[in-house]
Each structure stands twice: as structure tokens, then as C-alpha cells.
Design a protein around this ligand. Sequence first.
Ligand code: Q46
Ligand code: ZN
Length: 296
Amino acid sequence: MRQHKLALCKEHYLEWIPEQTARFIKKYWMFGPDEKVLVAVSGGKDSLSLWDILQRLGYQADGLYIGLGIDEGIGYSAESQRLTVKFAEEHGLKLHIVDVQKEYGHSIPVLSNMSLRGHGRPCSVCGLAKRHEMNRIAYELGYDVLATGHNLDDEAAVLFGNTISWSKEYLLRQKPVLQGHDGLARKAKPLCRFYEKEMTAYAMLRGIEYIYEECPFSVGSTSIYYKELLNQLENERPGAKLNFYLKFLEAREDGLFASDPEKDPPPLFLCPTCGQPTMYEGQCSFCRMMEKANQK
Ligand code: Q46
Ligand code: ZN
């Protein structure tokens, strides 16, 4: 790990990753040892590794898999669900499965083809549906916190995108942990300081079987382009990616932004259809999308 000027053998690497994760969980006040954690698992290396690390650290961590109905000739959702179920069974872990199509009548590709949002790209519809379902399940089943497997490459790419467009609203919300309020679950990203490569190494050394294919809809996405740019920078200057992210976190702690919605949260309304909190009065974006879909 050039960025840390550190080289470890397998045995020590597999100890170092959970130790560091425990340190980040504590440092950013993500959750305590007695809290109930819901891990959003997709069948990929990051989320399965996160689940593995949390159970090794002794947390009460259950999984949530959201079936998106993405096939695209490679059976992407079916395979990622199979690997997630396999992991849960092998480790004796509790897994909740929610299928968007069974729950709401339409899969993500079908919703996307209805051109309801996202200009024909499924990620906007998919992201909205995933956020809605993660919050709903965490809330309905009484979990204290929702943990996702975002790694440093994900976080740095989002930060880069939001910085070049100076999207203040999104920059304000980019944190290792977002406190919950008014029906919004607390969200934590315990892997946010690990490089993607580090997580791949962890998953492989632990023998975790994960889906190698990326979601077919991620091809050509802006976030992949930003990741490539940041990797070029990292190759020239080891540690640049980590520095970019950590210096941003420091700057925001030092008052980069005058207002902080966490300290002074905006008033929220309740969606009359699903009861979840929304930024605006009336139905939430998810229920509006579903209503339009059902009218088609
Ligand atoms: S699963 Fe969904 Fe991602 Fe696929 S459709 Fe886009 S958002 S790329 S993390
Ligand atoms: Zn709603």
C-alpha cells in the first residue's frame, strides 16, 4: 500500500483491515457495539467484505439484498442474489430480501424504459428505489443504522463530481456518517477510507465469492470516468486520492460551509402514500414515480 508506505503479509493484512474499520467506526461515531446494523449487500466485493468484517468484529449485523431485476443477458441480479444468499448461509447470517418487481410490480429496467426520470439511464430510477427501500426496511424493522460498502474510490469520485460542479447541497451531505432524523435512518460508510484495491485484496484473501461483473448499466457512467481520472492521478502521486477525501472532511469540520443541515436540519414532510419523510410537501419522489409507472 504505497499510500501508507506499508506492506503486509496475508495474516497481518486480514487483521489490519478489521482493526482499521473498527477505528473508523469509532472515529466518525458511526455506531456502538450494542446497536443493530443493517448492511446493504449487493453481492459485490465491498458490501460482502463489509458484512464479513462487521461480523468478525462482533457487531450484530444483518443483511439487506434488494432485487433490482437486472438481467441484460448475464443474469446480473439473479447471480448477485445467489452469491449473497450463499454468503449468508455459509456464515449463518440473517438476510432480508426485497424484490422491487414483486413489491411494486416493475423491475428497474422496466421502470427506466418508461422514461420517468434519468433520461433513459436506469441509475437514477435505481438509486431512488434503493434509497427508498433501504430506508423503509431499516426503519420498519427497527435497525439503528444502515451500513453501505462505499469505498474510497467511490467517495473520491463522488466528491470530484460534486466539486467540479460545486454542488453545495451534495457536498454538504458527503460524510462517513449521516445522522438519522424524522424517519430517516442513520447511514454509515465504514469502508470509506479503504482503496478499492484494498477491498478486492481483502475479499480474495478471505475467499469471499462475489460477483466480478459490474452492473451492465454502469458502463460508460460518469462515475467510472472520474474513477479513471483519479487513478491516473494516484499512479503519479500515491496517496492523492486519500488526501483529496480526507482534506475535504477536515475542511468541512473546520467550517468550510457556513450552514450544516445536520446541525440545523431542514423541516421534513411525510409522504401521504408511504409515510416516509420527504423534502417537499406531497408525495415523495419514489411514490410519484410509481404512480406514474402504474398509470402507463
Ligand atoms: S445497480 Fe443500479 Fe448501480 Fe446498476 S442500475 Fe446503476 S445504480 S449501475 S450501483
Ligand atoms: Zn412515498
